[in-house]
Design a protein around this ligand. Structure first.
Ligand SMILES: [Cu+2]
Length: 124
């Protein structure tokens, strides 16, 4: 496959996976930088289509880097209120990550991916 087809294909995939989030609006918050050896806070804000916080959901996420293995970067996120679910990940490398997110809300299941990137925190 040439590069152009790969790019078009991934855009189509992104569009398709975007459509699967029909029942929830999900916003991933991650720090811009991290300190090696310290867990990084990861937060997900989950709203329903009317913009109301989704409460009482079971939320988990697995962080992945494309083509690399960084041990177990799976997290259970704890609800901290207002539809925000928080967890920590032991990020050890800067770069682009995909968070594979699973939500179970009263038996209604959603799975999807969000992307983010993170860099090393510069020493002061
Ligand atoms: Cu890596």
């Amino acid at each position: 496959m040439n590069k152009f087809i790969v790019v078009v294909f991934s855009i189509v995939l992104v569009l398709i996976s975007g459509c699967s989030s029909n029942n929830f609006q999900i916003k991933l918050s991650t720090p811009k930088s991290f300190t090696p050896g310290q867990a990084s806070p990861i937060e997900l804000k989950i709203l329903d289509l009317e913009g109301k916080p989704v409460e009482g959901a079971k939320v988990s996420a697995v962080l992945k880097m494309q083509g690399m293995s960084h041990g177990d970067l799976s997290m259970k996120l704890q609800e901290i209120g207002d539809g925000v679910y928080a967890g920590k990940a032991n990020i050890e490398m800067e770069g682009d990550y995909t968070a594979a997110i699973k939500i179970d809300y009263k038996g209604e299941k959603w799975a999807g991916e969000k992307r983010f990137s993170i860099v090393y925190k510069n020493a002061q």
